[in-house]
Design a protein around this ligand. Structure first.
Ligand code: ADP
Ligand code: MG
Length: 292
């Protein structure tokens, strides 16, 4: 679908991207993860042709592909209504007449703003503006949608709206690039992801592969008991007065805990498998939490 080769970009002396190469397959949601300043927006702007002075190569398998680009900064005319903003963007994409009217109403309904269509954007909440920002990017029915941090600072209802839209795009076979520094969003929405840090892709692949390769599973245990010596090395304090024990084979560790407790008259109150999270992958790759 899209192949990126050795992309580099500097803003004067500031190197924002260093030799980034990625392949993005058709019909998936591809996540770009990384802390602020990692280079996500720069990479996205290059793909969307907003930035044109860069080195490297961007190749689409289909040259005629229509792109819907949702920028990180909201780009709306505040003094116009939602409907007029959609008309404006629609005309930019060459829509007119009945087609433009029809698409405008469809998009208003899709972003949940039909009832507020007449109202000026400056009266909208942050979440409503975000939704309209997405609406403007999809008015021309692109099958490739790039979203740059579309859920920063919005209410849960708008987030749910946006997530439902993305699920619908996916079920229609659209390709999506989704940049975020919220790991749990990427984990929920994306099939594949790339971790970026300091302008480089640190690691990429399917979410499943990334979790398997970098994050160690663990178990949570709470109760009146002690931890056997062979598990104590990887044991740390967990929440609610329990313990977290990382183990490559968590089921065996659970079994070991149960036996040990029975033999030593301990009492287990809670014993759970803790699934590895993308957050752990990032930590294992960079040795730091997301700086934010
Ligand atoms: P992210 O989207 O991951 O936060 P960006 O691509 O916005 O990262 O930024 C990458 C680096 O490039 C940062 O160091 C940032 O300060 C710098 N940068 C981004 N845009 C500009 C610009 N227009 N002028 C100068 N430096 C920029
Ligand atoms: Mg950004």
């Amino acid at each position: 679908m899209l192949s990126l080769k050795n992309l580099s970009k500097s803003y004067k002396n500031n190197v924002a991207l260093k030799n980034v190469s990625l392949n993005i397959s058709e019909g998936i949601c591809f996540g770009l993860i990384g802390p602020n300043g990692a280079g996500k927006s720069t990479l996205i702007k290059i793909i969307a042709s907003v930035i044109q002075d860069y080195s490297g190569n961007v190749q689409f398998t289909n040259n005629k592909i229509q792109i819907g680009y949702v920028p990180q900064e909201i780009a709306l005319e505040e003094t116009l209504s939602a409907r007029d903003n959609l008309h404006f963007f629609g005309r930019l994409y060459g829509l007119k007449g009945a087609v433009l009217q029809k698409r405008t109403e469809e998009v208003l309904s899709e972003i949940g703003l039909t009832e507020r269509g007449k109202e000026k954007v400056k009266t909208f909440s942050g979440g409503m503006k975000r939704r309209l920002n997405i609406g403007c990017a999809i008015i021309h029915q692109p099958r490739f949608i790039i979203m740059d941090e579309p859920t920063v600072g919005i209410d849960p209802q708008s987030r749910r709206y946006i997530f439902n839209m993305i699920e619908k795009f996916k079920s229609n076979g659209f390709t999506i690039i989704y940049a975020s520094h919220y790991m749990e969003e990427i984990e929920q929405l994306c099939e594949e992801a790339a971790f970026m840090d300091h302008g480089k892709v640190v690691e990429n692949g399917s979410i499943e592969h990334l979790l398997k390769k970098h994050a160690v599973p663990s178990i949570y245990v709470k109760g009146r008991m002690c931890v056997p010596d062979d598990l104590s090395q990887t044991c740390s304090k967990g929440k609610d007065g329990g313990y977290l024990i990382t183990a490559n084979n968590p089921l065996a560790a659970m079994e070991r805990m149960i036996h040990f407790c029975n033999e030593n008259s301990g009492e287990i109150e809670r014993l759970e498998l803790v699934k590895p999270k993308l957050e752990d992958v990032f930590f294992s790759l960079t040795g730091s939490q997301l700086r934010d």
